[in-house]
Design a protein around this ligand. Sequence first.
Ligand code: FO1
Length: 304
Amino acid sequence: MKIVALAGGVGGAKLAHGLAQILPPEELTVIVNTGDDFEHLGLYICPDLDTVCYTLAGLANPETGWGRVGESWNTIANVEKLGGPAWFRLGDQDIATHLERTRRLKEGQPLSQVIRDFCRAWDVRHTVLPMCDSPVRTMVDTDEGELAFQEYFVHRRCEPIVKGFRFDGAEAAEPAPGVREALESADAIVFCPSNPWVSIDPILRVVKKINKPVVAVSPIIGGKTVKGPAAKMYTELGIEPSALAVAMHYRTILTGFVLDNADLKYEEEIKALQVKTLVTDTLMNQLTDRARLATDVLHFIGSY
Ligand code: FO1
């Protein structure tokens, strides 16, 4: 069964990892949000791509979900000592990724090629694609004005009140090489449990249309997000955060929806949207949970 997974950061990477443990490399393509990318300390940083690649490679920091396992922080500590911007915590091993990516991009290599080469070096055998090669920047409209995504997310710790989002460059962006082909040859598309507003929406804005069955896994469990500000964003936008709100968010393209046992009460309302449902344990606290949830999702798709 050929699957394309759309993913943002940590939650998305976990399910992508689960899918990668079950599907052979030729049956899984992960398309990753690049709206969070930014330039910092002269380096080109792709947090979601790196999180997905490190996770699939078994190199991710298990505590944060982003960055590298066994990391040291000498460089950023010295940047801080010199009075530089140390609010975005770049580890020493991670900096090598940004240095080499920046060098290659400056040479004129497209991001998709850089990621393909990095995946080969890290022994990631499934295909990981950026949503596009041209820069797209997620901008967060807040009560304190418009903020670049990492400024809002990391520097301001998601404190400003969200009023909306803009994906600068998304309309004009062409999907990266391989993205359209993967979507066309897929049996189904899985929206990983990533933030609908700032992880999945930017990808959808770039790929523009999907003509395949779409199964989304809710990133909201019991009204809360496991990690990140999705629930806070729903509240600030005047929508009660819930699995139902996520299903409503995707309703025009959704064929199936996976929600947690804790949200069973929403199943009938989601079914009423003409969406098939799977109610299961969606928390991925342990490594083994990833393959378990991926198996559930694939069985659900297979039962269509
Ligand atoms: N997230 C943080 O909350 N604080 C950080 O200092 C931070 C550093 C960082 C460095 C490299 C990287 O690839 C990711 C990093 N992240 C950090 C995570 C990242 O900014 C967000 O999780 C995503 O952009 C949202 O998906």
